[in-house]
Design a protein around this ligand. Structure first.
Ligand code: ZN
Length: 293
């Protein structure tokens, strides 16, 4: 497992910085959903940034990110938690376009630009935070930058990139989030803005072997970066046969009887990881005898 993220502070704690390498997690998502190149980039960027956002939370807290831009891929849905676990899917995985005029994967064309980015943070004990902003570019990173500024009122710089191999597998994925707290001086902010504007493509840096630590060190060349935590990152779904049984149990007795009589069982596929669960008629009869909920 090579994927991980780091949490750091810079400039006497006035800047919080996160950087991630998520190559294997995004390749796992690509394989599970058979996403095509442009879609892999859109889903991968969203998963990469969401994983860093969830790492800002604690214990059992988690977030769900939804990007709905009206484009051909439909919705991007990503779940991640404070343990570095992430899962995600798109409505239509088989979307791919030619490169855009900058020679990059045309993520905005796949995502669309007429919808919203929404974030739901599950903070535990039924406490939720919900934020939603309109999409500004559909390129994902800029949309999260806008989200942080307008929904959470934290000036931030967000970057995420996915590099795709000629065979359409994922070559490299990386990202960063830089957040500036109140009190940072103008000189520092100008310096940082210039660094970010001139920063090379992050997926290429990761492909060239840069670690998350090195990504932050090259972003903050003239400053000391204090690293606080290193967190392993992986694609992990939360589904299980018990959860599927619970969901079917919730459909009610009549529906379950129908499944037994008409289909001699039930088949359910998890949206997030594409795993299929088969329940036999006997399994369903047990649910009727002992409802789970
Ligand atoms: Zn699953």
């Amino acid at each position: 497992m090579n994927d991980y993220l780091v949490k750091a502070t810079v400039h006497n704690g006035l800047v919080r910085a996160y950087a991630i390498r998520a190559t294997e997690a995004i390749e796992e998502a690509r394989k599970r959903h058979d996403t095509w190149a442009t879609t892999t980039a859109a889903l991968g960027r969203t998963m990469t940034i969401s994983t860093m956002m969830a790492a800002m939370l604690k214990n059992e807290q988690k977030i769900t990110v939804k990007v709905e831009g009206g484009g051909p891929i439909g919705a991007i849905i990503v779940d991640s938690n404070a343990k570095g676990e992430v899962r995600g899917y798109v409505t239509n995985p088989h979307v791919d376009f030619e490169l855009n005029k900058f020679g990059k994967l045309d993520v905005a064309r796949a995502v669309g630009v007429t919808g919203h980015l929404s974030v739901v943070k599950d903070l535990g004990l039924k406490d939720h935070f919900t934020g939603q902003v309109p999409l500004v570019t559909g390129e994902i990173s800029e949309d999260f930058t806008y989200y942080f500024a307008h929904s959470e009122q934290i000036p931030s710089a967000v970057g995420a990139g996915v590099l795709i191999n000629p065979d359409h597998s994922v070559k490299a994925t990386g990202g960063f989030i830089i957040q500036v707290m109140p009190g940072a001086d103008e000189e520092f902010i100008t310096d940082l803005e210039q660094q970010i504007a001139a920063f090379p493509a992050i997926s290429q840096l990761v492909a060239d072997g840069a670690t998350p630590e090195e990504i932050l060190q090259s972003l903050f060349k003239n400053y000391q970066v204090n690293f606080h935590e290193k967190l392993p990152v992986r694609f992990k779904c939360q589904c299980s046969v018990e959860r599927i049984k619970q969901a079917i149990s919730g459909l009610g007795e009549d529906e379950i009887k129908k499944m037994i009589e008409e289909d001699d069982g039930a088949e359910a596929t998890c949206h997030f990881c594409n795993k299929t669960y088969q329940l036999s008629a006997t399994d369903l009869e047990k649910l009727l005898d002992q409802p789970l909920n």
